[in-house]
Design a protein around this ligand. Structure first.
Ligand SMILES: NC(=O)c1ccc[n+]([C@@H]2O[C@H](COP(=O)([O-])OP(=O)(O)OC[C@H]3O[C@@H](n4cnc5c(N)ncnc54)[C@H](O)[C@@H]3O)[C@@H](O)[C@H]2O)c1
Ligand SMILES: O=C(O)C[C@H](O)C(=O)O
Length: 316
């Protein structure tokens, strides 16, 4: 039987793109193409070479190359989009809208021509909107265009809970839904530590403080870095999605999906619980929500809808 290797393209070779490449290579998930604009051709080539040589020490068998030519994307199994500008101190993710929509449309149209059978993971911000733009511009089926936010937001929540309880983060299972903004919805009722509901372990006041810090988790790092946004945890989150898809692990993970009635929302991309596997989004899990939880999710979805309405009419 012929042995085939996955082919993975990463569009955008900045902080998140290069970190994703390293983590993917270490896991030997497939051969990697780094793609950036012509002005970045040399730096992308340098990064590809440097990453490749790290394999001689780490002992991974992954081919890593760079390109600015989308012809090289032919037969890609997975395309990860990190192309776009990141925010800086005092900016919101929505401040990136205009620039990143233009970039996303251009990139997505090329993917639809050169890698029409690929699965796409979108990271660029504002990511709920970028996932929508990518879905519309590629014309791909909705299970193949998947945005990343919930794994990262949940990772932040889990980290803060583990610190609060002075326990291993391995035992914490949080659950964050909704848009990737300050209105995201950490669901305490579906969160636990070692199987124990969190409200049995942490006071309401402390839980509210953790929720608030989670919502502003991206901004906290932007303010500390000064000139860009987080990339280690975002890259780890994307690589978890990539692994689950390429290895058909069928894990329950939050992902940004195109919704057609799920949770009562139509024609919008939003973070929801999904089963991820070889078919991308295999299933969107419909969870019963309390009135308060639904109100919070509505608030978050409205924020995404408002931003979406600014660009919807310009989408082809
Ligand atoms: N969804 C999330 O959870 C999450 C997490 C972190 C970052 N992000 C977002 O990801 C994006 C990238 O962040 P970063 O820290 O890697 O930024 P970065 O500036 O380090 O890298 C972005 C790269 O994209 C490239 N690029 C720009 N236009 C391009 C095009 N048309 N084709 C190909 N490449 C192009 C740039 O040249 C640059 O190399 C930002 O929008 C950021 O807000 C999202
Ligand atoms: O906060 C940002 O702008 C980047 C990313 O969305 C994050 O949450 O770290």
């Amino acid at each position: 039987m012929a042995f085939t290797r996955n082919k993975i393209a990463i569009i955008g070779t900045g902080n998140t793109g290069e970190t994703i490449a390293l983590l993917l290579a270490q896991k030997e998930l497939g051969d990697i193409f780094l793609v950036d604009i012509p002005e970045k051709a040399d730096s992308s080539k340098g990064k590809a070479l440097d990453l490749l040589q790290s394999g001689a020490v780490e002992k991974f068998n992954t081919k890593i190359a760079s390109t600015t030519d989308y012809n090289d994307l032919r037969n890609s199994d997975l395309v990860i989009i990190t192309a776009g500008i990141p925010r800086k101190t005092n900016m919101s993710r929505d401040d990136l809208l205009e620039t990143n929509v233009t970039i996303m449309q251009e990139v997505a149209e090329k993917i639809s021509v050169y890698a029409p059978n690929s699965y796409i993971i979108v990271l660029s911000n504002p990511v709920d909107i970028m996932t929508f733009v990518c879905y519309k511009a590629t014309g791909f089926p909705k299970n193949r265009v998947i945005g990343q936010s919930g794994i990262l937001d949940t990772a932040r929540f889990n980290t803060f809970v583990a610190e609060e309880l002075n326990i291993s983060v391995e035992d914490v299972t949080g659950f964050v839904l909704g848009g990737h903004g300050d209105e995201m919805v950490p669901l305490i009722r579906y969160s636990s530590a070692g199987g124990i509901p969190l409200d049995k372990l942490i006071s309401e006041e402390r839980l509210n403080a953790i929720i608030e810090r989670t919502r502003r988790g991206g901004g906290e790092i932007v303010n500390l870095l000064g000139n860009g946004s987080a990339y280690f945890a975002p890259a780890a989150s994307v690589v978890q999605m990539a692994e689950v898809i390429l290895r058909d692990k069928r894990r329950i993970l939050p992902a940004i999906a195109y919704l057609q009635g799920e949770y009562g929302y139509h024609d919008i991309c939003l973070g929801v619980p999904t089963i991820l596997g070889r078919n991308g989004i295999e299933h969107i899990i419909g969870l019963p929500l309390s009135a308060t939880e639904k109100e919070s999710l509505n608030y978050s979805a409205k924020k995404v809808s408002r931003t979406l309405s600014k660009i919807k009419s310009n989408l082809t």
